[in-house]
Design a protein around this ligand. Structure first.
Ligand code: 5CA
Length: 443
């Protein structure tokens, strides 16, 4: 992409409405624009990051054997009346009436809708286990939308639902989700700690939240500091191997990592040596639930078991805050100049800064590097604007491009350009002729 052809509405001033770093940086980098409180448009740069996160989430879900589908944002109230949640959900639910006076709602989550899809089509234990997921916009009329995409009213969520014949099978599905989530966050460059949590309006009594430690997080968490040194080591998991999944879950769900609601200070203080007791703020980037037959019973999701008996299926639901993750990643990776994207979600992996637009050799070499990187699918962003070099650097740093190639007459006299790492700030000189090979190695 050439910057002169792109739509990158960066802001010079720090916007007054933003309180936390990620919100400020997303506005300054021209990633989002508020439409109304808690509801945002995603500008091209923001959308690119959002889609990269989505891609990784989908890949890891499919790898775990979960099947994608797409449910609508608007749902009939009647389904929620069957489960009993229509009244329970309260003011957070956006209720709508259509021209025929039918009660509808903008989905805050999809347990009812997916249970209805399941019960219409699946009648036998032979069709189990089954896990379906989608990535779809949700609406929750939050009392205090804040911190940009962190607590929005409209937000993008991956939500998945497992259907199993009994509790043991459903716990395996739960464990499989837990492990696949750890892999997902690892690929996003994040250290997300699974912690036992309360279940709230989703229900059930077994749940874990995934928390990224950050000063600006909304939750307070208590943990054993040794968990921070824990090596993920979950690269190749056989998801069908129940014991292997269970082993990872046992190792990973540190018994004394707790969110504030489930934290019992007496147990924590007793079982974790004082020097390892950690308290921090954290961002919740996902949550998984096992709730048994809470929805299947009232909504009639029964199957025949191997003895020919009708039994309600055991279910769980599993969410990842896809749009919130954009903010969480920025909270984890930034400095005072701007964002520092992990390579896996970077909107562009390489930036090219032509320092003297009037210099014909600089232009020629910049163009050459640009087309070579483009042809190698490395998705470069070429700053071809007629701007001062300082302002070009500022933009590249603000929007967080991991690698910057600086092309200028002084270097070209020696046959080199400069390659700068956004994460370390280190620069090195590289010959102009093997740039693609080198960049490929780095990425
Ligand atoms: N049905 C279940 C799992 S699919 C569910 O709705 N779980 S949840 O309520 O915990 O939401 C899942 C994830 O969505 C959360 O962990 C959080 O990362 C994200 N999320 C929830 N509310 C918001 C919000 N208002 N703004 C941005 N992200 C949110």
């Amino acid at each position: 992409m050439r910057l002169t052809r792109y739509f990158l509405p960066v802001l010079r001033e720090v916007p007054a409405e933003a309180q936390i770093t990620s919100h400020k940086l997303m506005l300054r980098a021209g990633m989002i624009k508020q439409a109304v409180s808690g509801i945002y448009s995603w500008m091209p740069l923001g959308l690119k990051v959002l889609q990269k996160i989505e891609r990784i989430v989908v890949e890891e879900q499919e790898r775990a054997g979960h099947l994608p589908l797409l449910m609508p944002t608007i749902q009939p109230a009647s389904l929620w009346q069957m489960s009993g949640r229509y009244d329970d959900y309260g003011e957070e639910m956006l209720r709508i009436r259509d021209r025929h006076n039918r009660d509808l709602l903008y989905g805050p989550t999809n347990e009812e809708l997916i249970t209805e899809i399941f019960s219409s089509h699946v009648k036998s234990y032979r069709d189990l286990p089954l896990t379906l997921f989608h990535i779809q916009w949700k609406f929750r009329d939050e009392m205090r939308p804040r911190f940009g995409v962190m607590r929005g009213r409209e937000f993008l969520m991956k939500d998945g639902y497992n259907f199993d014949i009994d509790m043991d099978a459903a716990i395996h599905s739960y464990n499989r989700h837990l492990v696949s989530y750890l892999k997902t966050y690892e690929r996003l460059g994040l250290k997300a700690i699974p912690m036992r949590a309360d279940t709230g309006p989703i229900g059930g009594n077994y749940s874990h939240e995934f928390l990224v430690l950050a000063d600006t997080g909304e939750s307070e968490v208590f943990f054993d500091k040794r968990i921070l040194d824990f090596n993920f080591g979950i690269a190749n998991v056989d998801f069908d191997d129940i014991d292997e999944c269970q082993k990872i879950v046992d190792e990973w769900t540190a018994p004394y990592a707790r969110t504030d609601e489930t934290h019992d200070p007496e147990i924590f203080d007793r079982d974790v040596p004082e020097e390892f007791q950690g308290v921090s703020r954290a961002i919740e980037v996902g949550q998984i639930f096992y709730f048994g037959t809470k929805y299947s019973e009232p909504m009639g999701a029964y199957v025949t078991n191997s003895e020919g008996k009708q039994v309600p299926v055991h279910m769980g639901s599993h969410g990842i805050g896809v749009s919130r993750l954009v903010g969480a990643i920025i909270e984890a990776f930034h400095d005072d100049k701007g964002i520092k994207w992990p390579i896996s979600v970077a909107p562009f992996k390489v930036g090219i800064v032509n320092t003297v637009m009037g210099d014909s050799e600089s232009c020629e070499i910049s163009e050459k590097i640009y087309s070579e990187l483009t042809n190698a699918n490395l998705d470069p962003l070429y700053d071809d604007r007629d701007e001062r070099v300082g302002s070009k650097f500022t933009t590249m740093e603000l929007i967080g491009i991991p690698w910057r190639i600086t092309v200028g007459p002084r270097g070209l006299k020696k046959g080199i350009v400069e390659l700068t790492d956004r994460h370390t700030g280190e620069s090195r000189e590289i010959p102009t002729d093997n740039i693609v090979t080198l960049i490929k190695e780095l990425i």
